[in-house]
Design a protein around this ligand. Sequence first.
Ligand code: GTP
Length: 222
Amino acid sequence: MTQQDRDITIETLPEDYAQYDLSFKMIVIGDSGVGKSCLTTKAVKNTFEEFYQATIGFEFLTFNLKMNDTVVKLQIWDTCGQEVYRSLISNFYRNSSLAVLLYAIDNRESFINAENWLKELKGQASPDVKIMIVGNKCDLEDERKVSFDEGKEFKEKNHLDFFMETSAKTGFNVKNFLIEAAEILYKDYLVNKNSYDKDMDSIDNVKVKNTDNISIKKKRCC
Ligand code: GTP
């Protein structure tokens, strides 16, 4: 979606931007090697690593943006896809407001396994978790094993919130996948503002939802 098509204005902010109004936790899951680390790192730091190094446990990144006048901070948990660490990841499911389920378009098995990831996520996450399905490595068109339409059908069949394809290598849609995530969460907050506020506890001027998946912080003066 382009800026002209949106009904809210969006401005991306530096990674170390300290002040925020709303903060959401999101988790990136999917098979090993689909590009979870590359995609999140490219979106946040604009770097790309050709050499594959498996994530151990998880990595943490932040992405800040202004939506209308509200500063939104995404806390991104990039998880490891290896089976051996699966029990570690499940701790993050229930604390996430949004999950990005990633597969690689040149790897059919990673798309088939998306069904299992979804089942596991739905079994452990909060019932109102938002879910995006993303097909990465779309620069590998000649090696494509999953069509764009199959990704779209997966989204529709499972009533997910968004589908898109990305390439961490070329940079295609890399910032957009985080912008879409933030927009889904921000709009949900606007619609359900009263129930969000009701559920929150206030600690030292920081409001924290008791499910621990969103916090609202008052802007401090500099
Ligand atoms: P785990 O940490 O094991 O869960 O893997 P991961 O999903 O984090 O994958 P990672 O980001 O480490 O990428 C795996 C390999 O795919 C690396 O060699 C990357 O260079 C490559 N890769 C990642 N994204 C892309 C992409 O968009 N296009 C291409 N061609 N290669 C990519």
